[in-house]
Design a binder for this molecule. Structure first.
Ligand code: AMP
Length: 615
């Protein structure tokens, strides 16, 4: 295929009638092509974004009058754009989003009026954020899923016409003051045409009907997902969710509710706990008649599984499943241990990298273990820039940016385009999107670990924001994850399980200190927990923390054990405030007074570290 034949508008996006196999071939050829010439594809993408939104208020503000964008030479476009339009954060866009939400129909960020607003999960930042959603957002979601599915099918082929057990959840949508519909991006996607197209094109069908996905009560939806997943147990080709947390919470629910599920299968009935009318009706219709033989077989398997703590739950209950597919990187890494427990030998395939703001990269090496997964950037999705981040142990020298950057250990270099990133370098991702975000700092830190043709393969490092900091100490989510991993090794040896965790930098009393909250399962001796606490305190490698602990300007780390079900309460709190389970991420650090009061009320034991006492 000549590169000139395939531009940013890929052929495969428009070939509804072509046979699937040919389409998959086209798609992969298209990807090979665009990743082979990322420089020109990115300039084309930038041109398309600017031309389609030329004259909007935000661009006028920076470009001023007199520039005819269609006449700017390709070679000059990027430098003109980046020299005139500043880097910006969500806060810089917030009042534009608010005007749109309030009903201002003027061309503010995009020429086409925005009809939908997405809510990013907000669980990392503590509050939800509006982001525009357009047809382009749903279309790139479809492209991402299809592209990833094409690469996956090379390693793990699946049977056509099979079923997928998808733990997916639409959240409540609501109207803004200006009458726009707002909801999570995943909710918009599940109710879009593209979601149906994906099933038709990949010839893999989700077990649950729309009424279950968008039922609005995650406990009821989870029950029905499980029930239907078991009804179709022989046909399930793979199990998936957006983020791995959701799969773990669903299997935990199965551990508790399997007897009810078995009874419903056997009787062809539905538990009275399912009260959402359309969900009840559609599940009962699919269930049809009683299945006593199936129920008996599943009951026997569940009894056996319960006797071995549900090890290998997935291959036992879904014998034809080929893999589990979900985001398992970043803050989801914690759930890998539990996923492996449930999945036995079945491969775990870590899903793609994106955000409410834009999709970014696709995992094209499906065989890679989740710890090693990388994401090949798709150069047509957005115009990407990368701010080089250099680690050093003091935080001077923020440069090059007109807007304030987070104060952390990174010194920033000048942003570079996609075609100029280097292997081994860490960067913050910057997006210019078709949905009206211009040079928007995403706040994610990634490392370039290689290339696919000319496009970088990114490893997700962490959110850039510092989560634990009292004075000169600086710790990110990843630092905390490493510390908790170390601390929980001892717990695991004592046959305890760390269900979930979060933290808080307590500065209420002098000296301030870190509090780490753990929900655990299993009978674990207090001495073991004391050791875990000390181990975590010792494991913070940040120089600022170590120095502060030695001089006692930061007090001993405190481990608080919370009662069983506490993190469920935290989930419920977010869901009640409009978050979608599909995008939920347990906040790894919190200052939210409601969360802190839940955690503190549920605390059943406390330990103070004895580390550094001899220094
Ligand atoms: P949301 O609030 O749902 O838009 O979350 C988007 C954020 O989730 C991204 O900015 C990342 O921080 C994180 N994220 C998304 N995909 C991945 C991934 N594959 N690995 C790690 N983190 C991810």
């Amino acid at each position: 295929m000549e590169p000139t034949q395939v531009g940013c508008n890929s052929r495969w996006e428009e070939t509804d009638e072509e046979e699937e196999e040919e389409e998959v071939e086209n798609m992969m050829r298209w990807f090979e092509d665009v990743t082979g010439r990322v420089g020109t594809v990115q300039i084309e993408t930038l041109r398309r974004i600017l031309e389609s939104n030329w004259g909007v208020e935000y661009l006028d503000r920076w470009f001023g009058p007199g520039i005819r964008i269609e006449e700017v030479e390709p070679t000059a476009l990027e430098s003109l754009y980046t020299s005139l339009v500043p880097l910006a954060s969500h806060a810089n866009f917030e009042h534009y989003f608010q005007r749109i939400a309030d009903g201002d129909r003027a061309p503010i960020l995009t020429r086409q009026p925005i009809e939908l607003l997405s809510l990013s999960s907000g669980t990392t930042e503590g509050r939800q954020k509006f982001v525009p959603f357009t047809w382009h957002s749903a279309r790139t979601t479809l492209q991402t899923f299809r592209l990833a599915a094409a690469y996956r099918s090379r390693v793990y082929p699946i049977r056509e016409g099979g079923r997928i057990l998808e733990f997916i959840y639409g959240s409540k949508q609501f109207k803004t003051k200006g009458g726009l519909t707002a909801g999570t991006a995943t909710t918009h996607y599940y109710s879009s045409e593209e979601f149906k197209i994906k099933q038709m094109r990949t010839k893999s069908f989700t077990c649950s009907p729309e009424a279950v996905i968008s039922g609005g009560d995650y406990r009821q939806s989870t029950y029905c997902h499980l029930l239907l997943g078991l009804l179709f147990s022989e046909n399930i080709e793979f199990i998936t969710s957006t983020f791995a947390y959701t799969i773990v919470q669903a299997f935990r629910a199965l551990e508790e509710q399997w007897r009810d599920v078995v009874r419903d299968l056997g009787d062809g009935s539905l538990s009275q706990t399912i009260t959402v009318g359309p969900m009840r009706a559609s599940v009962l219709e699919i269930l049809g008649s009683p299945r006593p033989a199936l129920a008996k077989a599943i009951e026997a398997k569940c009894e056996e599984l319960a006797g071995r703590d549900w090890t290998g739950l997935v291959p036992t209950l879904w014998p034809n499943a080929k893999y589990i597919y979900s985001i398992m990187t970043g803050s989801m890494q914690h759930y890998l241990t539990k996923l492996r427990h449930y999945s036995g030998d079945l491969p775990l395939v870590s899903a793609d990298y994106g955000s409410t703001e834009s999709w970014i990269g696709v995992n094209i090496d499906s065989a890679a273990p989740p710890e090693k997964v990388t994401f090949a950037v798709v150069p047509t999705f957005s115009y990407f820039e990368f701010i080089p981040l250099h680690r050093q142990r003091s935080s001077h020298g923020q440069n090059g940016c007109r807007f304030a950057a987070p104060v952390d250990d990174f010194v920033e270099g000048e942003p570079v385009p996609l075609s100029r990133v280097r292997v081994g370098q860490e960067y913050e991702v910057v997006l210019t999107t078709f949905t009206g975000l211009y040079r928007y700092r995403l706040g994610d830190v990634v490392e370039v670990v290689g290339f696919h043709n000319g496009t970088p393969k990114l490893s997700f490092i962490c959110r850039r924001k510092l989560i634990l900091t009292i004075n000169i100490d600086k710790n990110t989510e990843k630092d905390l994850q490493l510390v908790v991993d170390k601390g929980s090794e001892r717990l695991r040896k004592a046959r305890g399980e760390l269900v979930d965790f979060t933290s808080h930098a307590d500065v209420g009393k002098q000296p301030g200190h870190y509090v780490i909250y753990w929900e655990i399962r299993g009978d674990v001796d207090e001495d073991v927990l004391r050791e875990c606490c000390r181990e975590m305190d010792n494991s913070f490698a940040d120089h600022g923390y170590v120095v502060s602990r030695k001089s006692n300007s930061i007090g001993p780390l405190e481990l608080r054990i919370v009662e069983s079900g506490t993190f469920k309460k935290i989930l419920d709190y977010f869901i009640a405030n409009g978050a979608g389970l599909s995008q939920f991420k347990t906040p790894r650090c919190t200052n939210d007074p409601v969360l802190l009061s839940i955690l503190n009320v549920c605390t059943i034991n406390r330990f103070h570290s004895t580390a550094y006492t001899a220094d």
